[in-house]
Design a protein around this ligand. Structure first.
Ligand code: HEM
Length: 438
């Protein structure tokens, strides 16, 4: 982008300060910008340059609609790229990206997705059987244990003791991505020093275990009949009859394991944090689960959780053609950031935006361009339906078995962990009563 481009106003602090603020306190920072400059503003970031933030439904709609021809996600997940690999769906672009999306979407929809119900239920029952009555449980790590089991069994078919080393390796990789130091991975020179050298060593060990799974599956004559995601990707062929090579298989599996596990666990932890402080919403959900296992109100609770606590607070695009958004003429090459958090807290769209109130979505489908926890356009989260399905089964299983109360006096604080907004204190809950044998 040329330096003469006229961009919306924004903070005047040096780029290094703005970068630090956006990284350390992404919610406070964008709220302060919105208070001062309105919903559309520019920030200036080290190594990236100017970035224009939007949060109005019309601009969001335009960006998503132009995804196929006009945007790339250059620089997306720079932090995660050394872990995900260059062939990850998250970083692929253009025709290659669309072809892979087509290949990878089916297991996350319809009947294929519903086949995971039992493994979700099993993982939840197993987890909550260890929750003692009267004690405080940190729901965030507990939900991470459940969602890791679930995504491992979706990806590898079964998740049994044979997978213990892989589970342990993934846990090490995942905890390193949650570390506040993870961003250092983006500097190649730092990768040779601790803690990065340790992170990369765990990663290489886990890669070897994944490679062993891939070669087992390639050698297995029943692979074509199997329904797990690894088998499906091993058997898949593109229009030219080409399959995925081992490097790409590894990158796509790592992407699903990472993208599918932490996000859903965090959303569930936020759900407990918000729901348990709202006795009416909580009791109504309990009653609905007792009567039919959970329906419209459950969906409303999940939608409202993802609105008020969007796990991923913002998504970026880079324009490949000039575009006018919210009255601003932007040049090709402009970095555009859609703030999910600001879009979800617009009082004209969501009155009393900071109040957790599932009745906003009671029997009402969230709007595609105002409620965007899963992004949109050609990059919309491929696990959106799966994540909401998993949340429903986990909530149903827990709330039909246990009575819960908040484990702290005030709502948990939002802090940034890598690309997610996480509950700072792990969203504690207390089991007040066990209703039935888990
Ligand atoms: C509550 C849980 C989740 C949230 C909030 C979430 C959110 C998101 C967001 C915001 C994006 C970027 C969309 C964009 O740029 O427009 C995304 C992309 C993605 N998500 Fe999720 N996600 C969740 C669960 C999952 C699950 C369960 C999986 C897979 C098992 C998954 C796999 C992916 C993948 C592969 C992409 C990249 C899609 C692409 O670039 O084409 N996510 N997710």
């Amino acid at each position: 982008m040329s330096s003469s481009a006229v961009l919306p106003d924004g903070p005047s602090a040096p780029p290094v300060v703005q970068t630090a603020e956006l990284t350390a306190r992404p919610v406070d920072f964008v709220e302060r910008c919105r208070d001062r400059f309105g919903g559309t503003f520019s920030v200036r970031l080290s190594r990236i340059g100017p970035m224009v933030f939007f949060s109005d439904p019309e601009s969001i709609k335009q960006v998503f609609a132009s995804d196929r021809e006009n945007t790339i996600t250059q620089g997306r997940n720079v932090v995660l790229e050394p872990i995900l690999g260059t062939k990850s769906l998250l970083v692929q672009e253009g025709a290659e990206h669309l072809a892979r999306r087509r290949l990878m979407l089916p297991p996350f929809h319809g009947e294929r997705m519903r086949a995971y119900e039992q493994s979700i239920e099993r993982a939840t029952v197993e987890e909550i059987s260890n929750w003692p009555t009267g004690e405080t449980i940190l729901s965030h790590p507990a939900m991470q244990r459940i969602t890791l089991e679930v995504i491992m069994s979706a990806v590898f078919g079964v998740s049994d003791e044979r997978h213990d080393p892989l589970r342990a390796g993934l846990n090490r990789v995942l905890s390193s991505t949650r570390s506040p130091f993870a961003f250092g991975l983006t500097f190649p020179l730092l990768r040779k020093l601790p803690p990065y050298s340790g992170m990369l060593k765990s990663l290489r060990e886990t890669d070897r275990l994944i490679a062993a799974e891939i070669s087992d599956r390639r050698a297995d004559p029943t692979t074509e009949e199997r329904e797990d995601i690894l088998s499906m990707l091993v058997s898949a062929r593109d229009e030219d009859g080409q399959g995925l090579d081992d490097t790409e298989l590894r990158d796509q599996l790592m992407t699903l394991l990472l993208a599918g596990h932490e996000t859903t666990a965090t959303a569930l932890a936020w759900c407990f944090d918000q729901l348990l402080r709202n006795p009416d919403a909580y009791e109504r959900l309990r009653a609905e689960i007792d009567s039919d296992g959970g329906g419209d109100w459950m969906e409303a609770v999940i939608a409202e959780t993802l609105r008020v606590r969007p796990v991923v607070p913002m998504i970026g695009r880079e324009l490949r053609k000039p575009m006018t958004l919210d009255g601003w003429d932007l040049e090709s090459g402009t970095s555009v950031m859609l703030s999910i958090y600001l879009a979800h807290t617009r009082p004209e769209v969501f009155p009393d935006p900071y109040v957790f109130d599932p009745s906003r979505f009671d029997g009402v489908k969230p709007d595609t361009y105002s409620w965007i926890p899963f992004g949109g356009g050609t990059r919309r989260c491929i696990g959106a339906a799966f994540a909401q399905f998993e949340m429903r089964i986990v909530l149903r299983t827990i709330l039909s078995t246990l009575d819960l109360a908040p484990g702290s006096d005030s709502p948990d604080q939002m802090i940034r962990r890598n690309v997610t907004l996480s509950p700072k204190h792990g969203s504690p809950v207390i089991v007040t009563e066990r209703r039935a044998a888990a």
